[in-house]
Design a protein around this ligand. Structure first.
Ligand SMILES: CCCCCC/C=C\CCCCCCCCCC(=O)SCCNC(=O)CCNC(=O)[C@H](O)C(C)(C)COP(=O)(O)OP(=O)(O)OC[C@H]1O[C@@H](n2cnc3c(N)ncnc32)[C@H](O)[C@@H]1OP(=O)(O)O
Ligand SMILES: CCCCCCCC/C=C\CCCCCCCC(=O)OC[C@@H](O)COP(=O)(O)O
Length: 265
């Protein structure tokens, strides 16, 4: 990996996302219209990664895919259990959709390069202010260039059979751009994949694309409520798809406000 790492520090400017990455010289030298090229590269990556499911013996059963047929940009949020999610992502990824990833993945040698060329946006999770600046740029770009953005709002992989509380970045982004949030839920992998139990067998993953949540007219002060609403809907769906009742998982006992809305930390 060393040669790849050495190329990185030569800072060039990526015009569309206002970020400094050495890989950008590759984009500008190959491409007249970066948006068009990035879409095309993303399609190629998608088609390659989609074939991995045959190697790993995974089956995806998808419902609600038509919800992606909306005109214009949106923010897609989904749960994140493991690296296997990359196959689930590519299974349903709509055209013209970029993903938000942690910056460390950019330095994963060829994988980082492929992600960069596919249009992935890298954020520094350790610096909220830096992540916010990047996300603000994304809000503008997604409107100008009609791109959808895929975010894992848990902010990290989590295979503990539940969802982690959501970070707010995706919801700030949706409200700033005034675009809908489309939640996507993948059922639990635990029946066929568990690093702790050294278990990895073939299995079926249920995927559900849920109804878009509109953000028109919402303001910054509505971010927390939007985040919680989306979390509750996705958590319920996660338990249903994974064959577990929400009561069995303590959701019914979670604190509620006067309107009966579940309040979560
Ligand atoms: C041969 C073929 C090989 C193929 C190889 C390639 C294969 C496949 C291609 C891969 C495709 C790519 C897939 C990418 C997957 C990547 C997966 C990941 O990396 S997941 C991890 C990274 N993602 C995230 O972290 C996103 C979610 N995180 C957030 O949104 C966070 O909010 C943040 C990172 C923006 C900030 O973090 P943090 O400070 O911890 O978060 P909060 O508690 O949510 O926020 C703190 C306060 O800041 C406010 N805030 C947050 N964002 C904003 C904003 N944009 N604008 C204004 N304010 C913001 C927030 O409200 C909090 O304030 P409060 O007062 O508490 O409300
Ligand atoms: C035994 C499992 C083998 C699984 C191989 C699956 C093949 C996957 C297909 C694509 C290849 C590589 C894509 C690399 C992208 C990695 C995305 C990822 O999952 O990053 C982790 C990040 O979100 C959060 O990091 P942390 O959980 O905070 O650290």
């Amino acid at each position: 990996y060393l040669p790849w790492v050495w190329v990185l520090p030569s800072a060039c400017k990526s015009p569309s996302l206002n970020q400094n990455y050495s890989w950008s010289f590759l984009k500008s030298s190959w491409c007249v219209n970066e948006t068009v090229c990035s879409r095309e590269r993303s399609r190629i990556i998608k088609n390659i990664v989609r074939t991995f499911k045959y190697i790993y013996g995974l089956r995806f059963e998808v419902t609600g895919l038509e919800k992606f047929q909306i005109e214009g940009p949106c923010v897609i949020v989904s749960n994140h259990q493991s690296i296997l999610d990359m196959m689930g992502l590519m299974e349903i990824l709509p055209d013209g959709c970029v993903q938000i990833a942690k910056k460390e993945l950019l330095y994963l040698g060829p994988v980082g390069l492929i992600m960069y060329l596919g249009g992935v946006i890298f954020i520094n999770r350790k610096s909220t202010s830096n992540a916010k600046t990047v996300m603000s740029g994304v809000a503008q770009t997604m409107l100008e260039e009609n791109v959808k953005v895929w975010v894992y709002p848990e902010g990290t992989r989590n295979g503990n059979g539940d969802l982690l509380p959501f970070k707010k970045g995706a919801f700030h982004l949706a409200i700033q751009a005034q675009v809908p949030v489309i939640p996507v839920v993948y059922s639990s992998f635990s029946s066929f994949y568990s690093p702790a139990k050294k278990l990895f067998i073939s299995g079926k993953i249920q995927v559900e694309v849920l109804e878009p949540i509109e953000t028109k007219g919402l303001k910054t002060e509505d971010v927390t409520e939007l985040t919680e609403k989306c979390f509750c809907i996705m958590r319920e769906t996660f338990f249903r798809l994974s064959g577990r009742t929400s009561e069995a998982n303590g959701l019914a006992q979670a604190p509620q406000n006067q309107e009966g809305v579940v309040l979560l930390a």
